[in-house]
Design a protein around this ligand. Structure first.
Ligand code: CLF
Ligand code: SF4
Length: 411
């Protein structure tokens, strides 16, 4: 059974088997109210630094590079940074180039589902057996509050008409895929006050359609999106909803909302080690002397070279002093890791450690980290600390953070 080696479809496999995403799909054909297109597709990822975008040829080269170095790589997925099917030509070509290598690998793809009626048959013919569709609602009145614009066959639809079209195409596409033996996973973004009460109905319908598993995910409001001021759905609320829906069908509980260029085990992103392109120099390598400001920045890093650690996983902060001339590592501050998994999420223990971590860097202007949750960002902001998410070297991340701080001061 292929799904036994798929880390997302099988919770038991996610500590053992790795996946890689090919970030070949930058465009999207809809506009979700929780999305800011500067970031990866929020239907699969959490808002953060946008992934690199690759051509099919580069994606194929990257696959070989990763395959050689990660022996338990079992899945190649296409999950943005926009929508896989809104970029069908490059998505298809990328898969074909890798299929031609004849490796033992599972292909996987994630989509908003709008174009499924057009491409489902081809996907089946290509032998794709794992497809994720994000279905947030069945009711167009709810959809009208989630989708700003739906672009379909050279026309733009808004409001109920756009949502109706989305839902109709999603349901048609899912039914076709299931009938043709594809294991369909459904992502549902839970937005409090909009679709939360409706999720059990969505899950029930998905069960009727024969989907394999549903994955209820928290809304993490992307800065700059229409929902930017919406509260992030807490993991407690998500888990309660999953418990309720588990009575209906199997629920995914180990999703990491990973990047469109994620590489490695779900819990250990190694995308930093496998970059085909460097971040734009003008964005990331800004000599400090041009900035003319002094800052203190706390960095989370596993070995001090890369910004490759989540804020909640940090056991120490590297404290950098930035002045007109240079970045200087002035101190290392030990803290207790406050996030070690969902079981401790929202617990008093976690809260105490989180407060201690924030206190430890209270004198800093910013924290430079690979990932940080919405609540963590808000808590830091209360102390005047800006969160900067980044995914490359510490040095370039510091330059990027300084640029962000300078921009904020200028606003
Ligand atoms: Fe990627 Fe998605 Fe395939 Fe997995 S991710 S396209 S099904 S190979 Fe997995 Fe990442 Fe959660 Fe997605 S943990 S965001 S569910
Ligand atoms: Fe953004 Fe929605 Fe498109 Fe994903 S599907 S990229 S969340 S607009």
């Amino acid at each position: 059974m292929e799904e036994s080696k798929h880390p997302c479809y099988n919770a038991d496999a996610h500590h053992k088997y790795a996946r890689m995403h090919l970030p070949v799909a930058p465009q999207c054909n809809i506009s979700c109210n929780y999305c800011n297109r500067k970031f990866d597709c929020v239907n699969e990822s959490r808002p953060g630094v946008t992934s690199e975008v690759l051509t099919p040829e580069l994606a194929s080269q990257k696959f070989s590079w990763v395959k050689e170095n990660i022996e338990n790589l079992s899945v190649v997925g296409i999950a943005g940074p926009g929508d896989a099917l809104a970029n069908w030509d490059v998505t298809k070509k990328s898969i074909e180039l890798i299929q031609a290598k004849g490796e033992d690998i599972i292909f996987c793809l994630s989509t908003n589902g709008l174009m499924l009626p057009h491409y489902a048959a081809e996907l089946v013919e290509m032998g794709i057996k794992h497809i994720t569709v994000t279905v947030n609602c069945l009711d167009p009145n709810i959809g009208a509050r989630l989708y700003k614009v739906v672009n379909y066959e050279d026309k733009s639809y808004t409001g109920v008409a756009g949502a109706e079209l989305m839902i109709q195409n999603q349901l048609k596409g899912i039914a076709y895929l299931v009938e043709h033996g594809v294991l369909v996973k459904i992502n549902i973004v839970m937005v409090k006050g909009i679709n939360d009460h409706h999720i059990p109905e969505v899950v029930k319908k998905m069960k009727e359609l024969g989907v394999f598993i549903t994955n209820i995910m928290p809304l993490i409001p992307a800065p700059g999106s229409a929902f930017e001021k919406f509260p992030q759905t807490s993991m407690k609320e998500i888990n309660e909803m999953r418990d309720l829906c588990q009575l209906e069908m199997q629920q995914m509980r180990h999703c990491k909302q990973c990047r469109a260029d994620a590489v490695g085990l779900l819990g250990n992103d190694r995308s930093n080690e496998f970059r085909m392109t460097k971040p734009e120099p003008e964005k990331s390598v800004l000599p400090a002397k041009q900035i003319g400001k002094e800052y203190r920045i706390a960095v989370t890093s596993k070995h001090g070279k890369l910004v490759d650690q989540h804020f909640g996983h940090a056991t120490e902060f590297l404290i950098y002093q930035i002045n007109d001339e240079s970045f200087t590592l002035v101190e290392r501050r030990k803290v207790e890791q406050y996030c070690s998994g969902v079981s401790e999420c929202d617990s008093d223990l976690q809260e105490g450690r989180k407060s201690a971590a924030i206190q430890a860097i209270e004198d800093c202007d910013a924290v430079l980290t690979m990932r940080i949750g919405y609540h963590g960002q808000q808590r830091l902001l209360e102390h005047g600390i800006v969160s900067v998410e980044y995914c490359y070297t510490v040095e370039e991340g510091l330059a990027y953070a300084v640029e962000q701080l300078t921009m904020k001061k200028a606003i």
